[in-house]
Design a protein around this ligand. Structure first.
Ligand SMILES: C[S@@+](CC[C@H](N)C(=O)[O-])C[C@H]1O[C@@H](n2cnc3c(N)ncnc32)[C@H](O)[C@@H]1O
Length: 297
């Protein structure tokens, strides 16, 4: 690995020495953004993670899915073959947080009723009346405090995050509930109830090319102009500027003239840009989901 490397290389959230882990049992990225951004029939580079985005794209695109974590890559491969998968580290952290739901006044029956609503106006009324209690706000602000996050995540995963993250995350949740019908939002069910989506893989999942590599290293070695789209997850969160520059240079080189990129971040950078589609992403967690032509880099 060259000097411009990435924190994700370790395949762990924490700073301890230990083996790589399955970090994500599912992805929390709304692939309808990618389906909207990329032309059918085009060739797409994506980050494999749990494989959800690759599987959504596979029926209408040629997909190359890359991941730096071999354990995560093997997990995605098993899902492409029809395995239901399991809860990764991210889901287990969320399960821990959800365990305290009743203390914040959240009962499963109440949350289920909220998730069955399909009128955003009614959703926001119900949210403010029943779920957005002061105990919930206090609990979320505590869970997203720097002290609590440091017990799970290495410092590099935290440095770029907005201040008062609890309030920011609550704001992102409200942004979603006032816009997207809950009843058609699988991401709301997974966030609030911990349910893992159970969609079977499409038959085209067998055509996805899986590659164990760092994204920048892989793209540096692909033929110039060979990809029409890039969906980069939030792999630039927590990395040094040198890696960011290196990845953008590799994307530019590997991009066809009209290629488009999708880049997510938990941070606020680029949030006010007209290219930010975070509000359209039903996974609701993102500060920015930048959909940009590569030529604008
Ligand atoms: C960036 S993480 C974030 C997870 C994502 N937001 C989701 O909802 O699944 C997703 C995956 O990216 C992989 N990854 C991170 N940096 C990478 C890089 N530079 N090259 C290839 N894969 C990378 C990680 O190993 C992980 O499996």
């Amino acid at each position: 690995m060259t000097a411009a490397a990435t924190v994700w290389e370790r395949g762990r959230f924490d700073a301890r020495v230990g083996p790589s882990e399955v970090l994500f049992g599912r992805m929390y990225e709304d692939a309808s953004i990618e389906l909207d951004a990329f032309h059918p029939g085009s060739r797409i580079f994506c980050i494999a993670s749990a494989g959800c985005t690759a599987m959504k794209l596979a029926p209408d695109h040629e997909v190359v899915a890359v991941d730096i974590n071999p354990i995560q890559l093997a997990y995605a491969n098993r899902r492409f073959e029809g395995d239901a998968g399991f809860r990764g580290k991210a889901e287990r952290v969320m399960d821990f947080a959800r365990f305290f739901g009743p203390l914040a006044g959240w009962w499963p029956s109440q949350v289920r009723a909220f998730l069955e609503l399909d009128d955003p106006v009614e959703q926001i009324e119900c949210w403010q009346r029943e779920l957005n209690t002061w105990r919930f706000r206090t609990a979320v602000d505590g869970l997203f405090s720097v002290t609590a996050l440091r017990s799970v995540y290495a410092p590099r995963f935290l440095d770029f995050l907005p201040k008062r993250l609890g309030a920011v995350m609550r704001g992102r949740m409200e942004r979603c509930f006032e816009r997207h019908p809950n009843s058609k939002n699988p991401y709301a069910r997974s966030l609030l109830l911990g349910e893992l989506s159970s969609d079977p893989p499409p038959p085209e999942a067998k055509n996805i090319r899986l590659v164990h590599a760092d994204a920048a290293s892989f793209l540096e070695n692909e033929p110039p102009g060979s990809f029409d789209g890039f969906t980069l997850s939030n792999i630039l969160d927590g990395v040094e500027d040198a890696y960011r520059q290196r990845l953008f240079a590799a994307v530019k080189r590997a991009a066809a003239p009209e290629a488009v990129t999708v880049l997510r971040s938990f941070g606020d950078a680029g949030a006010s840009s007209p290219e930010n589609r975070a509000a359209d992403d039903r996974a609701m967690l993102w500060g920015s989901v930048l959909v940009r032509p590569v030529r604008a880099f």
